[in-house]
Design a protein around this ligand. Structure first.
Ligand code: NIG
Ligand code: FE
Length: 427
């Protein structure tokens, strides 16, 4: 397939660049008036319209090799199309073509909702107060354990569909509402089933340590999680711990991560409710990401320097819970990269709209549109170990792209943050 008359082809990244850090986060290569070809589900080549391969039966230029055109194995770039070739052509009519959104932090497998707590929240109760009254994560856990696996799959799949319609092409999904071995394994099986059904890429995280399950003491529950790790590792890609005040301590986290070594790579919930030490313990155990970071001091920024860990911020939960927004700008100034993700879940961020996440990155965290764009594409793909396949326009990567209506660019995307912009999501 060839997409031509692309107004702006954005997010072009050379092969081998797996994340954008520091000043690089503020840069992206844009090609105006471009074409792009797709072969076997991957980006095969692209270039300016002046070099667009001629399609059978259509007016076009003879292909002129350009520096942007990297020939694929099949040699699509730089060749005329032979009559009878079955490649389709799609006229972008000046629309922007960009990598699809990558959402490295979600909890979209859940049952029912927590709209009752929404009223408590409106009436002034904090996230911690709702949790202390037996609501919050435990409320979702009760509902999940009462819901059949098929029904859970059905409810979760509708959220995945909604996310894909909004341009998300790769997502991470966590367990963490089972809070007992059966419930957690049920969630991980549902995530696997989603992975097998949808065109988006799905990564799975075992978040048994999300809250202490009902009927366990704190110590019994931490031991239960540790005992579950080998079984969870048969289905999950990552392990997560809610390392925060009132949930799990740095010592608990350290015990779990030590036991998970060689089984599952960590991704850690840290510094949402307090300066928790979660960032430091995550970095120590080689976490792929540390997430939330609403409350951080310079010590967290220092701990992350030179590490392979991606700081990930979740503006949707700052918005919904009225928490401070993460200091993304300071992280970037310190030479780090930042990813943004939705945190889609029933308690702190009931939305998986990554375009809104990008807009909040600009409006609330003062990221430039390009910094926010890199945060919701390449860096978020990195934060789930997928940036070799997703998150940029790079020859050989998956053709997981958003084609917009005519006239869009990255600034307008964040600025007119509610105007519908998607023409087609390409998987
Ligand atoms: O990332 N903070 C912990 N976990 C989720 C919220 C889960 C819930 O409230 O159901 C989060 O915000
Ligand atoms: Fe979360």
């Amino acid at each position: 397939m060839i997409i031509k008359n692309i107004g702006q082809l954005v997010g072009i990244v050379p092969e081998g660049v797996l994340r954008k850090e520091g000043e690089e986060q503020g840069k992206t290569e844009v090609l105006e008036n471009a074409w792009l070809s797709i072969k076997d589900g991957r980006i095969a080549a692209f270039g300016p319209m002046a070099t667009c391969p001629k399609m059978a039966g259509q007016a076009g230029h003879d292909a002129i090799p350009s520096h942007n055109v990297i020939p694929s194995d099949e040699g699509i770039a730089g060749q005329d199309v032979i009559p009878g070739d079955d490649r389709e052509s799609l006229d972008a009519t000046g629309g922007m073509l960009m990598p699809g959104f990558c959402d490295s932090h979600t909890h979209i497998v859940y049952a029912g909702n927590r709209s009752g707590e929404f009223l408590d929240k409106i009436n002034g109760l904090s996230y911690e107060e709702i949790a202390a009254r037996g609501g919050g994560i435990l409320n979702s856990s009760d509902l999940l354990n009462k819901t059949s696996e098929d029904e859970l799959y059905r409810q979760s799949l509708s959220r995945v569909q909604e996310m894909m319609d909004k341009g998300t092409v790769a997502m991470e999904i966590k367990s963490g509402y089972g809070l007992c071995p059966e419930g957690e394994m049920k969630m991980l099986r549902v995530i696997r089933r989603i992975k097998e059904t949808v065109p988006a890429a799905v990564r799975s995280t075992f978040l048994g340590a999300h809250a202490v399950g009902r009927g366990y003491t704190h110590e019994e529950y931490v031991q239960t999680i540790i005992d579950m790790l080998p079984q969870a590792a048969s289905l999950a890609d990552f392990v997560d711990v809610f390392c925060d005040e009132g949930f799990f301590t740095v010592e608990d986290t350290e015990r779990i991560l030590r036991a998970a070594k060689g089984l599952l790579t960590p991704k850690i919930h840290a510094n949402e409710l307090a300066v928790s030490g979660g960032v430091q313990v995550g970095v120590k155990y080689g976490a792929l990401s540390v997430d939330h970071l609403e409350r951080t001091t310079d010590a967290e920024i220092e701990a992350l320097r030179g590490s392979a860990t991606m700081p990930t911020m979740l503006p949707g939960s700052s918005f919904f819970l009225g928490l401070p927004y993460g200091r993304a700008k300071d992280y970037i100034k310190a030479g780090l990269g930042v990813a943004l993700a939705s945190d889609y879940n029933p308690g702190s961020s009931p939305s998986g709209d990554m375009r809104f996440v990008m807009a909040q990155g600009c409006i609330k965290m003062r990221l430039t549109p390009v910094e926010a764009f890199n945060a919701v594409t390449l860096n978020s793909a990195y934060a789930m170990g997928l940036s070799h396949e997703y998150g940029s326009v790079t020859v050989g990567k998956k053709a997981a792209l958003i084609l917009t209506q005519p006239g869009w660019d990255l600034t307008k995307l964040a600025y007119e943050y509610q105007t519908p912009f998607i023409r087609k999501v390409i998987f």
